[in-house]
Design a protein around this ligand. Structure first.
Ligand code: PLP
Length: 375
């Protein structure tokens, strides 16, 4: 029996093509420069405990979908933090504090970014304040306390926690280390994105770069996707088809691409893909993504647990992969695109295609992970 069929329908909610598509390398590298990208790699690769995360071939899934190769970048092994976010916040802390031990850093977070900031602050012996919304799980909060940060719970959603973080930081002269950019706040989020580009450098070293035909990128506020696109512009000669995947309840990149400008979404239901449940694309990523993303797909939560389980029990690869809620959508996007004839044709997915998906986190919330894979 096929690992995929078994009576299961792989669902997507919406698929769109970007009418304003044009991959402009110079414009992208104007938003995040080669110098910024290279500096991040040279700093981060010299950190204690650094080593590239594995690039795993989903060979069983590739066979099933009649594709040449599927590469899965496994960020569950990123330092001890289990997500790519470890590269961003911690690097931004290092850049803005420049060895000054008296600085207090603060951030608002859904979990993984805050863990990176807390870890980066501990590395450098700095005090750290983390603001989380009431929807962030107890386990995620505890993980940040365990890194020495003071964790402050705020009533309401992520936006409310950010407002409180800005208010308290202004009153107390704390340095905000946010991964989201807004007008007048672009430098720090750029550092976080520069940190994320390390993933692309590693991938380029791990495979022959010109092999990649398609890359699927998860988006919350778009920082990771924007950074990876900048990494593509920096390192790749042949530009792959770039596909962004988002929860259908928070498809802010898709809606912005449709409108040709940043569109804010009211999130009515928080997605299981917690790190991606964001209502507005951030400014720097938007400059990069608006023309370079060719397709967007939005997904319901339905297939998340099943996909995590299939990755975890080695149905897709030779080895077992610990993939969190935000890792599954890249794989789901690929499966649903392959089984839908219209999308498969549009994306020119064939036995010659080599796909890159980003496994952006492991079991960053152990309890949640166990609950989902045992469903
Ligand atoms: C594990 C994980 N994946 C993906 C994302 C989305 O990244 P971004 O908000 O940079 O688009 C997040 C955001 O927190 C995340 O934690």
């Amino acid at each position: 029996m096929s690992i995929l069929s078994n009576g299961h329908l792989w669902k997507y909610t919406e698929f769109i093509e970007n009418k304003n598509y044009s991959f402009n390398k110079a414009k992208i590298l104007n938003s995040l420069s080669v110098k910024e990208i290279d500096e991040a790699y040279s700093s981060i690769s010299s950190w204690k405990g650094y080593s590239p995360t594995p690039l795993i071939e989903l060979n069983k899934l590739a066979k099933e979908l009649n594709l040449s190769k599927i590469f899965y970048k496994d960020e569950s092994k990123r330092f001890d933090l289990k997500s790519f976010k470890a590269l961003g916040g911690a690097y931004a802390v290092e850049k803005i504090t420049k060895g000054n031990k008296d600085i207090v850093v603060a951030t608002a977070t859904a979990g993984n970014h805050g863990r990176s900031v807390a870890w980066g602050a501990r590395r450098l012996g700095l005090k750290c304040k983390i603001f989380i919304s009431e929807f962030v799980s107890e386990a995620r909060g505890q993980a940040m306390s365990a890194l020495g940060a003071e964790v402050i719970k705020v009533k309401g959603n992520y936006e409310k926690s950010l407002i409180e973080c800005i208010k308290k930081s202004t009153e107390n002269d704390w340095q905000i280390v946010q991964d989201v950019a807004w007008k007048d706040y672009m430098i720090v989020p750029k550092f976080t994105m520069a940190g994320y580009t390390v993933m692309m450098k590693e991938i380029v070293d791990q495979i022959k770069t010109d092999q990649i035909t398609h890359i699927i990128l998860q988006a919350g506020v778009g920082g990771m996707a924007g950074a990876m696109v900048a990494g593509i512009a920096r390192y790749l000669k042949k530009i792959p088809e770039i596909i962004v995947v988002e929860p259908d309840s928070a498809a802010c990149v898709m809606e912005s691409i449709k409108a040709g400008k940043i569109e804010k979404i009211d999130i009515e239901r928080e997605s299981l893909m917690g790190g991606m449940s964001c209502g507005e694309v951030s400014l720097v990523p938007w400059e990069i993504l608006e023309n370079s993303v060719k397709y967007c797909i939005s997904l319901p939560d339905d297939d998340i647990a099943k996909t995590m389980k299939l990755l975890g029990n080695s149905s897709f690869s030779e080895e077992k992969i610990i993939a969190g809620e935000n890792s599954a959508p890249g794989v789901i996007c690929l499966i649903t695109s392959c089984v839908d004839d219209k999308i498969r044709e549009k994306l020119k997915l064939s036995f010659k295609s080599n796909i890159l998906v980003i496994g952006c986190e492991g079991d960053t919330d152990k309890q949640m992970y166990q609950k989902l894979i045992s469903q």
